[in-house]
Design a protein around this ligand. Structure first.
Ligand SMILES: Cc1cc2nc3c(=O)[nH]c(=O)nc-3n(C[C@H](O)[C@H](O)[C@H](O)COP(=O)(O)OP(=O)(O)OC[C@H]3O[C@@H](n4cnc5c(N)ncnc54)[C@H](O)[C@@H]3O)c2cc1C
Length: 293
C-alpha cells in the first residue's frame, strides 16, 4: 500500500524546514489537480488514528498543524504539492513497524520521506497520505575501520556520514550535490548515482546489507556486513531503487572505501574553451581553427 498512490512525479544545503518560508510566499498547485490524478479508495484519517500515533510516538513527533505539515507536502523544486494532514517522525524500527502495521489495517496510505531532495516528486504525497519522515532515525550504529563497513540508520544525512568516516580514513562511496540534506535511506531508495559513481560503482555494489519494514509491518533483516556473503537470496537489491514501493529502509550497512591520499581535479569550462578558440583566432586567423583543435 506504501506509495501506491504517491507515484508522481529540489540550494543544495537547504533542508525541509527552511522550505517553510518559501512555501508561504509561493505555493505550488496541488499535484492532484496539476496531473489530474484521482484518489483511490484508501482510508480517511480520523482523530482516533491521530490519538493512536500520539500514544505510540511522543506528541512532538506527530505533526498535525497545517503550518508544520506544509514543508513536508512540497518537493525541493516546488513543483509538486500534496495534501497530507499528518507527519510522523519515528525514532526506531519498532515504531516504523507499528505505524505501518496500523496503517495497513486501516488502509491508510503512507508516503516515506527522507531529505526531500528528490527531483521527481516521489518524496511528497499527492493526496492525504501520511508522511513517514526519517529525520530522527539518524544514529551511526557501528564502523569497522578495517573492513570499511559502516552501519547506520536510514535517516543519517549523507554529508554527516562522509564527515564521520573521513575521521577514520574512509570515504562514503557516493557524493551528490544534495549531500547536506539527502539521507542514506533516500539514496538507497532512489539508487542515487552522484559524483563518485565511476570511481566506486553504484549502490548495488556498495550496499552490504539493509533492514527494511514491509507495508504490513514485517521487519526484513538483511543487515549483513560480510563482503563475501553468498548465502541465500540477496533481497537487499530489491530495495535499492524501489522508492518505498516494497517497504521502507530503516537501517543500512555500506562499504566505505579508503580515503584517497590525493584528488586530481579537471575543469572543463565553456570560457576556457572559448578563450582557447579566441587565442587561436587572434594568432592564426579563423581558417586554421579546425586544424588546431
Ligand atoms: C542539488 C541536487 C543534486 C542532486 N544530485 C543527484 C545526483 O548526482 N545523483 C542522483 O542520483 N540524484 C541526485 N539528486 C536527487 C536526490 O538528491 C537523490 O535522489 C537522493 O538520493 C534523494 O534522497 P532523499 O533522502 O532526499 O530522498 P527523498 O527525496 O526524501 O525521497 C526520494 C524517494 O525515496 C523514497 N524514500 C526516502 N527515504 C526512504 C526510506 N527510508 N525508505 C524507503 N523509501 C524512501 C521516497 O518516498 C521517494 O520516493 C540531486 C538532488 C539535488 C537537489
Amino acid at each position: 500500500m506504501i506509495k501506491s498512490i504517491s507515484f508522481l512525479i529540489s540550494n543544495v544545503r537547504i533542508n525541509v524546514f527552511s522550505q517553510a518560508k518559501y512555501s508561504t510566499t509561493f505555493l505550488p498547485q496541488f499535484s492532484s489537480e496539476k496531473y489530474d490524478v484521482k484518489r483511490k479508495q484508501f482510508g480517511v484519517l480520523k482523530s482516533t488514528d491521530i490519538e493512536y500515533f500520539k500514544s505510540l510516538l511522543s506528541e512532538d513527533r506527530v505533526l498535525t498543524e497545517e503550518s508544520d505539515v506544509l514543508p513536508f507536502n512540497i518537493d525541493w523544486i516546488k513543483n509538486c504539492r500534496g495534501q497530507s494532514q499528518l507527519v510522523l517522525k519515528p525514532k526506531t524500527t519498532e515504531e516504523v513497524s507499528r505505524i505501518l502495521s496500523y496503517c495497513n489495517d486501516k488502509r491508510l496510505a503512507v508516503c516515506p520521506q527522507g531529505g526531500n531532495t528528490g527531483l521527481v516528486g516521489g518524496s511528497v504525497p499527492v493526496f492525504d497520505e501520511i508522511v513517514l519522515n526519517f529525520a530522527l532515525m539518524n544514529k551511526i550504529i557501528s564502523l569497522d575501520e578495517i573492513s570499511g563497513a559502516l552501519v547506520c540508520e536510514a535517516g543519517c544525512v549523507l554529508e554527516n556520514l562522509d564527515n564521520y568516516v573521513r575521521d577514520h580514513n574512509l570515504i562514503m562511496p557516493l557524493d551528490l550535490g544534495a549531500k547536506g540534506s539527502c539521507q542514506i535511506g533516500g539514496n538507497i531508495s532512489t539508487n542515487a548515482g552522484g559524483l563518485r559513481l565511476l570511481r566506486y560503482g553504484n549502490l548495488h555494489g556498495s550496499v552490504l546489507g539493509l533492514e527494511a519494514v514491509k507495508a504490513d509491518g514485517t521487519v526484513v533483516n538483511c543487515l549483513r556486513t560480510l563482503k563475501k556473503d553468498n548465502t541465500g537470496y540477496h533481497l537487499k537489491h530489491l530495495f535499492i531503487g524501489s522508492e518505498g514501493t516494497l517497504g521502507v529502509v530503516t537501517k543500512v550497512a555500506i562499504n566505505c572505501p579508503v580515503l584517497p591520499k590525493a584528488v586530481s581535479l579537471g575543469y572543463f569550462g565553456r570560457n576556457v574553451v572559448l578563450g582557447y578558440l579566441g587565442k587561436l583566432v587572434a594568432e592564426d586567423g579563423p581558417k586554421n581553427i579546425n586544424e588546431n583543435i
